[in-house]
Design a protein around this ligand. Structure first.
Ligand code: PBG
Length: 326
């Protein structure tokens, strides 16, 4: 018998055939859109290093939310930039903070929109670190837990569906779960930034959120980019502590980590396509060096193919428009 001639190309012949055998597809339902809410009034400020992304004051943020909702994007994740920062990050606990007010506004107008809040102190502390400092300038893990739990509680009280701790303190998922349950918020879910690397890709975000550390860096609490077994330990602990969903961040340089976690953990897996990843595409696109739209769609598809169920991305609106026009 003669071996049949290999012709893998048969299934690539026409767009219709290619569509039919495509293994990974993107949908607008995969996206979570980040929103920056800044103190003050009547503000819509473009973030210089993130073209197309704006910081809104609470009174104008619904302009953006309306658009996101119309596009069918199911969820947003909120970041607040308060007027007052102090050593303890106390404005994070203010029930009338930018994030809390925005949660209430969104849930009132769109009860079915999923509202996620980022739980961290770096936007609220004067030193820009993600927790309370000890006298010698170290982040004090255990002292930070109580503040994070209170912050999460304040978001839950405002109506958040999901709280997402991004600080990387040990034990914070448990501390938050306990606090929420104690106050009757057992139905508020926790999306843990389980595997968060100490990455240079967060640069533009720190401009947007004014959260660059005043001294040092975040390497004593965020993960070393060389490690992957540690990613398994982080995710295991978070799930044991009560996380409902886990996250890998950044996405692009860590597709192997996404793929490993997707295999190992039967939990919804979120990937954060971070600010630096967004800005690189935007700047190369502006220079005419790449086909920005195609590169964007290819990146998002690759994150999904690696195993992410959901993607937090600044591209969500643009990609959503493309997907709904098909
Ligand atoms: C911390 C936080 C950061 C990001 C999300 N949450 C910054 C950091 O850890 O320095 C980065 C997101 C991005 O780069 O898009 N609250």
């Amino acid at each position: 018998m003669q071996f049949p001639e290999l012709r893998l190309r048969r299934l690539r012949k026409t767009p219709a055939i290619r569509d039919m055998v495509r293994e990974t597809t993107l949908s607008v339902k995969d996206f979570i859109y980040p929103l920056f809410v800044v103190h003050g009034k009547n503000k819509r400020e473009e973030i210089k290093s993130m073209p197309g992304i704006y910081r809104y004051s609470v009174d104008r943020v619904m302009e953006e939310v309306d658009e996101v909702y119309e596009l069918g994007i199911p969820a947003v994740i909120l970041f607040g930039i308060p007027a007052k920062k102090d050593e303890q990050g106390s404005s994070a606990l203010d029930d009338n903070g930018e994030v809390q007010q925005t949660v209430r506004k969104i849930k009132k107008k769109y009860p079915d929109m999923v509202v996620i809040t980022d739980v961290c102190l770096c936007e609220y502390t004067s030193h820009g670190h993600c927790g309370i400092l000890t006298k010698n300038g170290y982040v004090d893990n255990d002292a930070t837990l109580e503040v994070l739990a209170e912050e999460a509680l304040s978001h839950a009280r405002a109506g958040a569906d999901i709280v997402a701790p991004s600080d990387m303190m040990d034990g914070r998922v448990f501390a938050i779960r306990e606090k929420l349950d104690e106050h009757g918020y057992e139905n508020v879910a926790i999306l843990s930034y389980s595997v968060k690397y100490a990455s240079a890709f967060y640069g533009p975000f720190r401009d947007a959120a004014e959260s660059t550390p005043a001294f040092g860096d975040r390497r004593s609490y965020q993960m070393d980019p060389g490690n992957v077994k540690e990613a398994l330990r982080e995710a295991t602990l978070d799930i044991e502590e009560g996380a409902d969903m886990i996250m890998v961040k950044p996405a692009l340089s860590y597709l192997d980590v996404i793929s490993l976690l997707a295999e190992e953990f039967p939990y919804p897996l979120v990937a954060y396509n971070v600010s630096g990843e967004y800005s690189m595409v935007k700047s190369a696109g502006k220079l005419g060096w790449i086909d920005e739209t195609r590169v964007m769609m290819e990146i998002l598809l690759s994150i999904k193919r690696a195993g992410a169920d959901l993607i937090i991305t600044y591209h969500a609106k643009e990609a959503g428009k493309i997907l709904s026009s098909k």
